[in-house]
Design a protein. Structure first.
Length: 647
RNA sequence: GCUGUUGUAGCUCAGGGGUAGAGCACUUCCUUGGUAAGGAAGAGGUCGCGGGUUCAAAUCCCAUCAACAGCUCCA
């Protein structure tokens, strides 16, 4: 007998070799139906794998990540089985479960292409296989056996994977005629899969290596119920509607022009209005934290970037130097603001009493991003960083770091970004030569970041090898409407640039010392931040931020004069207001302005004109009744003021 | 940068070897209407750009540019 400990702490005895499925069955038939995988001492196992020792157990259902994972992993195998039947000779790369569904990388062979319109046929084949209720069988084999098997099949991808594995750890999973190298775990059979949708097909390099063959990646998702799939597809449609590229067009916030160049966004009046207000907000916060604004040119001598080290690292992949009429002069569009700010630091001798110095600039930078990377406003070739560089003494580093975190938290709170993730990026200890700077400084900087996060109680994921080449960093990311993660705010410690620019201050010992630098940008870039803000709010911006706060809708042209009179009054109180004086019926004007997401609509007709009133309508909520004009302007002013007072 | 898909009116899209279509937006007129689309008429495109095949190309082919999806990259 073996002892099985359940999550609630209870312990029961089972016969040796009992499976997870049998344990679930012993609890309830319903559970046995729903359980997908089982956690054994923290490892996820197949349901039908015999348990031969005492263990703590957890039964995973659809609602558990582990359950979904097994479900989608088996779905990936099912798709592979279907592909094998439809395309004889197809070779298989890897096919994992992912956050939403699964994919399989395959090589259909020379001359064979799988296209989007082939997907329904593959789905149909998968459904056909599901009906066969094939059991998924796990099998341990030796490395030699596995190699022999896949070599016989001619599958060079699998043999490559096997070659990298340790002998004795190799497991295979089979269902029907399909056998795959796989760690598992899997569902006991494929009949659990009820609803299938293959979503897209795209190229993906074998093992993520640019220099190797590009395989065909097929993405799909499956569900235990048809309804769940339908709901998911609706969700995807909804997400598309929040896409900032679409809303940016609808609300006339920004544009691109092929003539100007790809990846070079232009801010339309309404977008600019929104962005400037965000900038003003951050400037206000920064004033409180003793930042000083500076302004630097958009270009800099190439030598500046040779000194900073950016030229050596990114020079080849950048916009190429601008040559002046004068011989031998080369300038770069600035890809970073920091070198300029270092020069500002060097403007005059600095004393330890002057530090920290905090130079802030909304600095527009230019980077030659790969063309395939460009994406709306989130990945562009010219963008404005809400940049600042803090020059401080080493003993001030942690405190300064904490203050920057405060600013970022203020910004995120003010804009209702509660669901951000934080990531500490450290250097890869195996590859120290990729980074510049001394071991000692790296260790100091990394420690400062980790400690700062601990002090703030911030749960941050630690990623090795993700640091910038000059220092470790703390990044804040949020997901866009389609679940893609984007980095917004960033804080980076830098011992390197002060070294390269030979920055100094005089200490209380009258000796020269080297300051530490912090790069930070709470928004990250204005472009990316606004993009994410658009998706976050679906274009319904908070009142204090939105380009148009109020629109006045006269019932008929007879009341246009009254409408303009009120508009003037509100405008005088700093309220952003327009008049919809089109020759349209009121229902039409309401509809159009609802779609423009203007927070307040004021409907004015005979009644209102007589009494000096406005009839108030809130976007998305409807009629709020009528009130005096002054009463309304107070309402707006108060609402904005209340928000601003918090910060 | 790589692989694939797409490119037709301001926007969303249909069509497809015989010199272009819808809805919305726009203009004008009618209507002066009370809380999510009033009516009529009109204007607007050398079908991304450049080659080729053909009697004939927006349609087929090649090249190029851009957008989209994914991969790789991201100071």
């Amino acid at each position: 007998m073996i002892k099985i400990t359940f999550p609630d702490g209870s312990v029961r005895e089972f016969a040796k070799g009992t499976t997870g499925f049998q344990i679930a069955e012993s609890i309830s038939p319903r559970l046995a139906q729903e359980v997908l995988a089982v956690g054994i001492n923290g490892e996820t196992w197949d349901l039908n794998r015999p348990i031969c020792e005492d263990a703590t157990i957890k039964l995973y259902k659809w609602d558990d990540e582990e359950g979904k994972h097994a479900y989608w992993h088996t779905s990936a195998h099912l798709m592979a089985e279907a592909l094998q039947e439809l395309y004889p000779g197809m070779k298989f790369g890897i096919g994992p479960a992912i956050e939403n569904g699964f994919y399989y990388d395959v090589d259909p062979g020379d001359g064979v292409q799988i296209k989007e319109n082939d997907l329904p046929a593959i789905e149909a084949k998968m459904m056909e296989l599901v009906l066969r209720k094939e059991a998924v069988v796990r099998q341990d084999v030796s490395k030699a056996e596995a190699l022999k098997m896949f070599e016989a099949k001619g599958d060079e991808y699998k043999t490559e994977l096997i070659s990298d594995l340790e002998d004795g750890t190799i497991t295979l999973y089979s269902q029907g005629n399909f056998t795959d190298l796989c760690r598992g775990p899997h569902l006991p059979d494929t009949s659990h899969i009820k609803a299938i949708k293959l979503l897209s097909v795209a190229g993906a390099y074998w093992r993520g290596d640019e220099s190797r063959k590009m395989l065909t990646r097929i993405y799909g998702i499956t569900f235990p119920k048809k309804k769940m799939l339908d709901d998911y597809l609706v969700l995807l449609e909804e997400a598309k509607k929040r896409d900032h590229r679409r809303i940016g067009k609808e609300l006339e916030l920004f544009m691109f022009s092929e003539t100007v160049g790809k990846g070079l966004p232009m801010w339309l009046p309404r977008g600019t209005s929104l962005r400037l207000r965000l900038e003003d907000f951050l400037k206000k916060i920064q004033r409180r934290f003793d930042y000083e604004q500076v302004i630097t040119p958009h270009i800099g001598n190439k030598q500046l970037y040779v000194t900073s080290g950016h030229y050596a690292k990114y020079g080849k992949d950048s916009f190429q130097p601008i040559h002046t009429p004068e011989e031998g002069e080369e300038y770069l569009l600035k890809p970073m603001n920091c070198p300029h700010h270092c020069e500002i630091y060097k403007y005059k001798p600095r004393s330890y009493k002057d530090l920290p110095l905090r130079f802030a600039e909304f600095g527009t930078v230019y980077r030659y991003e790969q063309s395939g990377e460009l994406h709306g406003l989130t990945r562009v070739r010219s963008f404005t960083q809400d940049d600042a560089h803090i020059f401080c003494r080493p003993d001030q580093l942690k405190e300064e770091f904490l203050k920057v975190m405060d600013i970022i938290f203020i910004i995120f709170k003010a804009l209702d970004f509660e669901n951000f993730e934080a990531q500490i990026s450290l250097r890869d200890p195996e590859n120290k030569e990729k980074y510049i700077g001394s071991d000692e400084n790296w260790e100091k900087a990394e420690r400062a970041i980790v400690e700062a996060c601990e002090e703030k109680g911030l749960k941050a994921r630690v990623e090795l090898g993700e640091a910038a080449f000059y220092g470790p960093k703390l990044d804040f990311m949020v997901k866009d409407a389609l679940g893609r993660r984007w980095q917004l705010g960033t804080i980076q410690v830098d011992y390197n640039l002060p070294e390269r620019f030979e920055l100094e201050y005089t200490g209380d010992d009258n000796q020269k010392h080297r300051p530490v630098m912090i790069h930070r940008a709470p928004f990250g870039s204005m472009e990316r931040f606004v993009a994410v803000l658009i998706e976050h709010t679906a274009g319904k911006f908070p009142l204090w931020l939105t380009p148009d706060q109020v629109v006045i809708l006269p019932i008929s042209e007879k009341f246009n004069d009254y409408a303009y009179q009120i508009a003037k009054e509100l405008f005088g109180k700093d309220i952003r207001v327009t008049v919809d004086d089109r020759n349209e019926k009121i229902g039409r004007k309401i509809r159009d302005n609802e779609l423009k997401r203007i927070p307040y609509m004021l409907i004015v007709g005979e009644k209102e004109a007589e009494n000096g009133e406005v009839s108030v309508r809130r976007q998305g909520e409807g009629d709020k009744g009528s009130m005096k004009v002054a009463e309304f302007s107070d309402l707006i002013t108060d609402e904005v003021q209340k928000m601003m007072e918090q910060y």
